[in-house]
Design a protein around this ligand. Structure first.
Ligand SMILES: O=C(O)c1ccccc1N[C@@H]1O[C@H](COP(=O)(O)O)[C@@H](O)[C@H]1O
Length: 219
């Protein structure tokens, strides 16, 4: 099985090109005003054309209403939506139906008990994304660069299709992939030199570490 790799929070062509050159399967754009990675829909539309035919463009939103989603989808034409707020299962189903797009639903995880939250979303969301709980006082529901204890995912039904995220970087991704077998991984802060500033060298280093982990597991 090929591991999907999503580079999220892209705002500039050089970092997007680095993700694509390294073989990213997904590239993510953030539509959340409080984020240092927030991007205007029209700009995301321009950037996403660079990814067409090379990677899936994912629009990340947080409890967005229909008007916001309609405007974003019209301007950017994403391949997938990532819902990173408190969207209940009915809202996920409604968003999928309205836009005819696959949905990644994000969940905040601290311990194995948090995994129970996915039950009503099975068969509704196309993929799950497990992120760490935001630190106390954090303004962002994701993109905080903090990991959780990946070992809690051992309790998951092996049929669950999920991406691992939260504080991943080139130094810890090998250990994460030794402990768990996600369908994909997702990184934002770990390939930045400052909040919202993607670094081409860190993107290259992240993919290098992913490739090294793959070679070790195949050996
Ligand atoms: O990155 C953001 O600013 C963001 C804002 C609002 C919702 C989600 C956001 N990012 C997502 O958070 C995870 C983990 O990011 P990190 O690697 O820990 O920085 C990732 O899925 C991003 O899509």
């Amino acid at each position: 099985m090929t591991l999907d790799v999503k580079i999220c929070g892209l705002t500039k062509p050089d970092a997007l090109e680095a993700a694509l050159r390294n073989g990213a399967s997904h590239v993510g754009f953030i539509f959340f005003g409080k984020s240092p990675r927030n991007v205007a829909p029209a700009e995301a539309g321009r950037l996403r054309t660079l990814a067409t035919g090379r990677a899936r463009a994912v629009a990340v939103t947080v409890d967005a209403d229909d008007a916001t989603l309609d405007a974003m989808v019209a301007a950017m034409s994403p391949d997938m939506l990532q819902l990173h707020g408190h969207e209940p299962p009915e809202r996920v189903a409604a968003v999928k139906a309205r836009h005819g797009l696959p949905v990644i639903k994000a969940f905040s995880i601290r311990d194995a008990g948090d995994l129970a939250a996915i039950a009503p979303y099975r068969g509704v969301a196309d993929r799950f994304l497990f992120d760490a709980k935001p630190p106390k006082g954090a303004e962002l529901p994701g993109g905080n660069g903090v990991p959780f204890d990946w070992r809690v995912l051992a309790a998951l039904d092996p049929d669950v299709d999920y991406m691992l995220s939260g504080g991943l970087n080139s130094r810890n991704i090998g250990e994460a992939l030794r402990l768990v077998r996600p369908a994909g991984i997702d990184v934002s802060s770990g390939v930045e030199s400052a909040p919202g500033v993607k670094d081409v060298g860190l993107i290259d280093a992240f993919f290098e570490a992913v490739r090294a982990a793959g070679e070790r597991s195949a050996a």
